[in-house]
Design a protein around this ligand. Structure first.
Ligand code: FES
Length: 154
């Protein structure tokens, strides 16, 4: 559960906003930074701190794909499956990553080093296909380069 330090940070930030609703994403990010994901306990705790219904915190947490509601690996690999990347071969990229990591899309490796997730357009369509690992974007990804990219995160 969020500890005194996070509670203090959220409460301080609360003073900066007219309505505590504006702080939901920030509070979720604070929880995620601490634990790597946001558990039900944190949802309840944030609802209490912000004096909002649990369902409201949950609806925001599940709307944003970068807020994780279950445990994820140390590194998140996103592959863009939107139309331009699709036309430029993202399915081959997906298959290669699944083969290298021995997991399917949506899964985490047994050693917890990688979680593999889809994402919508990352805004770099002119350099597709695109993958993103954590906050690093890789453009014009070729199947033969994927292993070298992944090895950077081992
Ligand atoms: S479609 Fe993949 S970055 Fe836009």
């Amino acid at each position: 559960m969020l500890v005194k330090e996070e509670y203090k940070i959220i409460n301080q930030k609360k003073k900066l906003y007219e309505h505590s609703r504006s702080l939901i994403i920030e509070a979720l990010k604070i929880a995620q930074t601490k634990y790597g994901w946001v558990s039900n306990k944190e949802i309840v705790y944030i609802a209490k701190i912000l004096n909002l219904p649990i369902s409201e915190i949950e609806s925001v947490a599940t709307f944003y794909s970068k807020i994780f509601r279950k445990s994820v690996g140390k590194n998140i690999i996103y592959y863009c499956d939107s139309v331009v990347c699709y036309l430029n071969g993202c399915n081959n990229i997906k298959k290669s990553i699944e083969l290298i990591l021995n997991i399917k899309l949506g899964q985490t490796t047994k050693d917890n080093k990688f979680t593999f997730l889809p994402t919508g357009c990352l805004g770099r369509c002119d350099h597709s296909p695109i993958i993103m690992i954590n906050y690093d974007i890789y453009t014009k990804v070729l199947k033969k380069n994927i292993i070298n990219i992944i090895n950077k995160y081992l």
